[in-house]
Design a protein around this ligand. Structure first.
Ligand code: FMN
Length: 137
């Protein structure tokens, strides 16, 4: 395409498992008929778009690196396909914010892991790869 594919949406509450895993994610709910990349893990830019309420801990309009999961969270036998962004180096309550995710690179497929520890190890790897990839931009 020559540019990253963008998905916009509102941040909604997920299962709140992410916090226990040490990777709180912003669950992005795009409007119906939005083209979402195939299931997998991606390095992406995450931006809070214009909003009525300035959230603490994040600057509106600034892009942040994010490791993004697209899929049904098979490790937890999920059924609903979600777009979840773990935004690096940001601690903010993003609930209700209108955000954009610009998909830069696909890192791997979505996998069912045998243990939560194995998932966490792989997520740490995803975050490091995201950092390296997006630092080059
Ligand atoms: N879930 C999986 O089942 N398999 C995966 O391979 C997988 N990779 C992920 C990679 C990243 C970078 C992130 C942020 C999440 C990944 N997840 C994966 C999703 C987690 O299972 C999910 O974030 C967690 O269950 C929290 O869900 P919640 O936000 O609904 O609480």
């Amino acid at each position: 395409l020559g540019r990253p594919h963008r998905v916009e949406g509102v941040v909604v509450h997920g299962e709140r498992r992410g916090r226990d895993l040490g990777f709180p994610t912003a669950n992005v709910a795009p409007p119906e008929h939005t083209a979402i990349p195939g299931d997998g893990v991606y390095a992406a830019w995450f931006t809070v778009l214009d909003s009525a309420t300035q959230p603490d801990g994040v600057t509106i309009g600034r892009r942040y690196p994010a490791a993004v999961s697209v899929g049904t969270n098979p490790t937890f036998s999920g059924r609903v396909r979600t777009v979840e962004a773990y935004v690096l180096d940001v601690e903010a309550d993003l609930y209700g914010q209108h955000v954009a995710v610009d998909f830069v690179a696909r890192l791997r497929g979505m996998e069912p892991f045998d243990s939560v520890d194995a998932l966490i190890a792989e997520m740490n790897n995803d975050v490091e790869r995201t950092r390296t990839l997006l630092r080059a931009e």
